[in-house]
Ligand binder design. Structure first.
Ligand code: SAM
Ligand code: DTB
Ligand code: SF4
Length: 337
């Protein structure tokens, strides 16, 4: 293991092995955060955090069986399924997000994969949101090569498709698709020249070794993802994983362990935007501040994620003021210290 008092030497992705990643997780907390700060400050402005807004453009009724998700048709949740939204409705929501200070607009559909008949509307949404000057991200499930090409031609900035957990734990989370299926779509996205947004969920009952395997899988993709959402499970009643954790406080992920995961993501994927995603609503300001210290530099703002609640824009504005954080567009520029 490296001497923790030496600054982290930037590594090529292929050099990360599970043992090294496990050793990072095992560091004393102060040493881990120090390493994460060294890497973070070498690649990013530590006082800048991007705000993004999510919109569910097609909710519920999904054919996949993800054990954490409110939108899987087979999960016993109260969610009402909807059709794909009209382009104008989506653009109205994007305008509102921009007026509220967001710089990125992420559109999610509860599909196993899009139907070709939906692609014209999807393309119009991307073009319209881009024309507002917002960064665009979409998450629509698995894509064919043709569909990926259409998204690229429309100018989509990022495609979100998560590995969610380690290859070993994956079968406990979803059985209607494989890790290999996810990797195939990620490859198509990468080959089409769209930035990959790929991360996962912490706190689904997985072990530390699974968190190591999860970050190892991300950091050793042919190119590390440009964007890495780290979600803290939002336990949802009526989902297998939500039910499993209900009433077992000890099964919830410890907040320090969550911060450790963010720090290890930062150290293993230095140039990536690490997104502190779902689960912020139940986090204290202090825990969120630790996540920013650990290298998180984007959040989802607004009072809703896709189907669950989120800390609203006013609460986030207060947090930014308290911590002296700025958005990329309003910061003086410059990255590293
Ligand atoms: N259907 C698409 C797919 O799965 O690729 C996109 C939508 S899906 C809701 C996007 C991601 O949100 C999931 O991969 C998962 O990481 C995250 N997510 C969904 N439900 C969550 C929950 N209850 N808590 C935390 N994260 C969640
Ligand atoms: C991601 O990893 N997190 C976001 C985004 N990608 C699409 C979604 C979080 C969803 C949280 C549960 C919900 O609101 O349904
Ligand atoms: Fe469908 Fe995505 Fe939810 Fe899985 S996470 S059930 S693919 S919407």
């Amino acid at each position: 293991m490296r001497n923790v008092l030496e600054p982290t030497v930037p590594r090529a992705r292929a050099e990360w092995c599970r043992e090294d990643i496990a050793a990072l997780f095992d560091l004393p907390f102060a040493d881990l955060l120090w390493q994460a700060q060294v890497v973070h400050r070498a690649h990013h402005n530590p006082n800048v955090v991007q705000r993004a807004t999510l919109l569910s453009i097609k909710t519920g009724g999904c054919a996949e069986n993800c054990g954490y998700c409110s939108q899987a048709a087979g999960n016993d949740t109260d969610l009402k399924a909807t059709k794909l939204m009209q382009v104008e409705e989506v653009l109205a929501a994007a305008r509102e997000a921009k007026a509220g200070g967001s710089e990125r607009f992420c559109m999610g559909a509860a599909w196993r994969s899009p139907k070709d008949r939906d692609m014209d509307a999807i393309v119009s949404m991307i073009e319209g949101v881009k024309a507002l000057g917002l960064e665009t991200c979409m998450t629509l499930g698995m894509l064919s090569a043709d569909q990926t090409g259409r998204l690229a031609d429309a100018g989509l900035d990022y495609y979100n498709h998560n590995l969610d957990t380690s290859p070993e734990y994956y079968g406990n989370v979803v059985t209607t698709r494989t890790y290999g299926d996810r990797l195939e779509t990620l490859e198509r996205v990468r080959n089409a020249g769209i930035n990959v947004c790929c991360g996962g969920i912490v706190g689904m009952g997985e072990s530390r070794a699974d968190r190591v395997g999860f970050l190892h899988a991300l950091a050793t993709l042919p190119e590390p993802p440009a964007s890495v959402p780290i979600n803290r499970l939002v336990p949802i009643e009526g989902t297998p994983i939500g039910n499993m954790l209900k009433g077992v406080p000890s099964a919830q992920i410890d907040e320090i362990e969550f911060v450790r995961t963010v720090a290890v993501a930062r150290i293993t994927m230095p140039p990536s935007i690490v997104r502190l995603s779902a689960g912020r609503e139940s986090m204290s300001d202090a825990t969120q501040a630790l996540c920013f210290l650990a290298g998180a530099n984007s959040i989802f703002t607004g009072d809703k994620l896709l189907t669950t609640g989120n800390a609203g824009a006013d609460i986030d504005a207060k947090l930014f003021a308290k911590l002296g954080l700025a958005s990329p567009a309003t910061s003086a520029g410059g990255s590293a210290s």
